[in-house]
Design a protein around this ligand. Structure first.
Ligand code: DON
Length: 322
């Protein structure tokens, strides 16, 4: 059967992106040896540093993948972008941002220092641990299980994957070792930022970080953000458009922690990283991208993931400031 001109162009574009992803993975694989896998959560130390994966989902819901893009890992801090959306949907942005600020810290993701040294004593932004714990405390539900189920169902919709669940081993490991997060939470309870039970809040935070995903799942989430809250796979509106705008803005300014400025210069896309090795990046109205590579730099961002995003952004001219 002969293809019409548009169909031929579509097939060409699809092949071009798919081939580019294969090349990007193979060219950057050597960087997977740089950095170190996270060990401060003991279960994460089992990750294989040579894994490299990338997936992109376009506005027609077509997925392109290369490398270990279907391997499962824990979402970790990428979840902070998701819980922020759910919390704003539950409470409105005014309420959420009365308890959590919107300014970058320039400090490590788990730092406690600015909570005490700057006024008001509230987390600087929702992308650092303190901010995400405060955000988790505002997620609505009749009880702990209901809150978690609501969060998991939201992630299942965003990923278009009903099998999304928690990695019990990582969750237990976080719970056993997450004392600094507990310290942040108790400090915020003292300051009236957290209303409810601190242990329940922190438990929900540990569980949200332990959600198992693949690059493909994450790219689907990124694609929903790229298409302003509508799933490109089934056309369902999942998030109000104005909330996706807020989250993308905070991803750009704070999503890569104290490397956010450098990442914005190198890649020019809103992004969010996690210590499981995942990064999501949003190309507005164009595609969602996710990378995987568990070896991290000193700031907790995947080295090979950032390298691949930089190359892809340059090659496809994706920088939103261009
Ligand atoms: O609370 C923690 O430290 C981890 N569960 C998540 C931190 C994280 O992913 C930071 N990211 N780069």
């Amino acid at each position: 059967m002969e293809l019409r001109v548009e169909e031929f162009q579509n097939v060409n574009t699809i092949n071009k992106i798919q081939n580019l992803l294969y090349e990007v993975v193979e060219r950057n694989r050597p960087f997977s040896g740089h950095g170190q896998v996270a060990t401060y959560i003991p279960a994460l130390a089992k990750a294989s540093p040579s894994d490299v994966g990338i997936c992109a989902v376009d506005m027609n819901g077509i997925a392109y993948g290369a490398g270990e893009y279907e391997k499962k890992f824990t979402i970790q801090s990428v979840s902070k972008a998701i819980t922020l959306m759910l919390s704003i949907m539950d409470n409105g942005s005014e309420h959420v941002f009365s308890r959590v600020g919107v300014e970058p810290t320039g400090d490590p993701f788990n730092s406690i220092i600015k909570l005490e040294t700057t006024k008001p004593h509230r987390p600087h932004n929702p992308m650092i641990n303190a901010g995400a714990i405060a955000v988790a405390s505002m997620i609505k539900g009749e009880n702990q299980n209901h809150k978690l189920e609501r969060l998991l169902n939201f992630v299942r919709k965003l990923t278009n994957n009903n099998d999304i669940d928690i990695d019990e081993e990582v969750y237990i490991s976080e719970r056993e070792t997450g004392n600094k997060n507990r310290a942040l939470a108790y400090y915020m309870k003292n300051e009236g930022i957290i209303d409810g039970n601190v242990e329940e809040t922190i438990d929900l935070y540990f569980k949200q970080c332990s959600i198992l995903v693949t690059c493909r799942d994450l790219a689907n989430i990124a694609a929903v953000l790229a298409s302003k809250g509508v799933s490109p796979i089934n056309g369902e509106r999942i998030i109000p458009e104005n909330i996706t705008t807020i989250v993308k803005t905070l991803m750009l300014t704070c999503g890569m922690y104290d490397d956010s400025g450098n990442f914005a210069l190198r890649v020019g896309l809103p992004a969010k990283s996690g210590v499981g090795g995942g990064i999501i990046a949003i190309v507005p109205n164009n595609m969602g991208i996710a990378t995987f590579g568990p070896s991290l730099d000193s700031k907790g961002n995947s080295i090979v993931g950032m390298m691949m995003l930089e190359e892809l952004s340059r090659n496809l001219e994706l920088n939103i400031f261009q």
